[in-house]
Design a binder for this molecule. Structure first.
Ligand SMILES: [Zn+2]
Length: 233
């Protein structure tokens, strides 16, 4: 999977095992000890279109809960060039105590493939001093998709459309609407398509997107497994 960033900053905190509560008070009692700032990145698209506008969110939180509103973060590409700066909002991210955030808007790399960017916080020397910090941003860049694949997902038995089914044509993805349809734009060529719906067995099909195509997928209900012995009884 190309997606390495979380959907929300709260998830990232859990994954990183960050525990801001522990450092909130006692840890910084010693005068002059620099504060540590945790950075996080979210809403990075799983597939970034080459050379198109790229937006994602960055967040910063001082371990001691300092006000970081108005502070600046820098975004650096693989070669170390600064491609954007973002000024942290005066308000914290809803539901957090001191996670300040900003939207980054920049241009995606022109070369397809994996790119390692970084978000950097310069820190400052003032009282109390704050340590500089960097956080990696993994980008998976693809050429602009040329074909539209329309996928219609139905339950095989009832032939009813399945809403909310997930369709993954790596690195693109989508979710079916109320009528069981989803449109996924892909690059021309052969792809594996994984379709999974709640309570149904997932299926993987090969598709050949030479132009815009329509694919119908029937999913079987995922019944609990019954051994032959049990069935015989
Ligand atoms: Zn601080």
């Amino acid at each position: 999977m190309a997606s390495v960033q979380s959907e929300s900053p709260l998830e990232t905190d859990r994954e990183n095992g960050a525990d801001s509560a522990e450092s909130a008070d006692g840890a910084y009692a010693a005068a002059g000890q620099p504060h540590t700032t945790e950075l996080t990145v979210w809403d990075v698209p799983s597939a970034v279109i080459a050379a198109e506008r790229l937006r994602f969110l960055v967040g910063a939180r001082c371990g001691a809960g300092c006000d970081l509103g108005g502070r600046e973060l820098g975004v650096y590409d693989q070669s170390g060039a600064c491609v954007a700066t973002a000024t942290l909002d005066r308000e914290v991210w809803p539901g957090t105590d001191a996670l300040y955030f900003a939207e980054v808007e920049t241009c995606a790399p022109t070369a397809a493939g994996s790119h390692s960017w970084a978000v950097k916080f310069a820190g400052w020397d003032g009282e109390p001093p704050h340590e500089a910090r960097a956080y990696p941003v993994a980008l998976y860049v693809v050429v602009a998709p040329e074909c539209e694949v329309t996928v219609s997902v139905v339950d095989r038995e009832t032939q009813r459309p399945l809403a909310g089914a997930s369709v993954v044509i790596h690195p693109y993805r989508g979710v079916t609407d109320e009528s069981g349809n989803v449109h996924v734009r892909v690059a021309k060529g052969q792809h594996d398509m994984l379709v999974s719906g709640r309570g149904h067995m997932p299926v993987c099909n090969a598709i050949d997107a030479t132009a815009n195509i329509v694919v119908r997928v029937e999913l079987d209900i995922d019944r609990p497994w019954v051994s032959p012995e049990e069935e015989a009884e």
